[in-house]
Design a protein around this ligand. Structure first.
Ligand SMILES: [Zn+2]
Length: 256
């Protein structure tokens, strides 16, 4: 029903390509092809160089470049919620890889938006994406994902909005790795009402992009602070020039 509505909205509303602004479609054919070109053949482990202390295993589905970068920016910052259905499968692919070897219940924690960004946008884009990715994963090996009520016993891969921004953080898009880590120290916290469930079940973090890894490392610190365990992080895309990539069959590191 929802997909039908979205397809209809594509036809009725005046759309332009989110990546190059040519009128007519959510993404024009050229940008759609470039989006595909930025995808890895399979989701893979990525590692920033240098990796910040405490960064868990990170799995990404694509390079943060070209149409992929512009699509993610348009979804997050330009109100293009129609792009969620293109991006969510990339997140669910990374999540599937992280969850595939796990048997027990796992909490999926979306990275929080700042309070200012939430006010400006009126929603939380990473949480929205995580919910869509969860629907994509329904019936997969990882088991159904669903929103978990606070205090209830989670099944494998329950999405819980348990992370919050602990204190005000400056815009860090132009900061280097060390400055980001300092800027972020204490930036995230586990909400009080979710402390117990986070302590009792292992956690997988979800974000749109990994750059230096500083935000994921800081969120991991917040989870550990309440006695929780972070198994890994799933992201859509990685800024590759700062990363080494590792594939399961080669098991080696090389500059991305
Ligand atoms: Zn385009």
């Amino acid at each position: 029903m929802w997909r039908t509505w979205e397809a209809l909205a594509d036809l009725v509303l005046a759309r332009e390509c989110a990546a190059c602004a040519v009128p007519g479609a959510t993404l024009c054919p050229a940008c759609r092809a470039d989006l595909q070109a930025q995808r890895y053949a399979v989701p893979r482990e990525v590692r920033p160089i240098p990796a910040p202390p405490g960064l868990p295993v990170v799995v990404a589905s694509a390079r943060y470049a070209g149409a992929m970068r512009r699509t993610i920016v348009a979804f997050k910052d330009e109100g293009r919620s129609d792009l969620g259905r293109l991006l969510a499968p990339l997140l669910s692919g990374a999540l599937r890889l992280l969850l595939s070897d796990l048997a027990g219940p796992v909490l999926v924690l979306p990275m929080p938006s700042s309070a200012a960004a939430t006010r400006r946008r009126g929603d939380r884009p990473v949480l929205t994406l995580a919910r869509r990715a969860g629907r994509d994963l329904g019936g997969a090996r990882a088991g159904p994902l669903s929103e978990s009520a606070p205090g209830s016993v989670p099944m494998t891969g329950h999405i819980v909005a348990a992370l919050t921004t602990g204190r005000r953080v400056a815009d860090q898009s132009h900061l280097g790795a060390q400055a980001r880590a300092a800027n972020l120290s204490g930036a995230y916290a586990v909400t009080r009402r979710h402390t117990e469930v986070v302590r009792r079940h292992p956690v997988v973090l979800v974000d749109d992009v990994v750059t230096t890894g500083a935000t994921l490392a800081e969120a991991s610190r917040a989870v550990r602070e309440v006695g929780g365990v972070v198994l890994g992080a799933a992201v859509i895309a990685a800024t590759e020039r700062r990363h080494a990539c590792r594939t399961a069959d080669e098991g080696a590191l090389w500059p991305g």
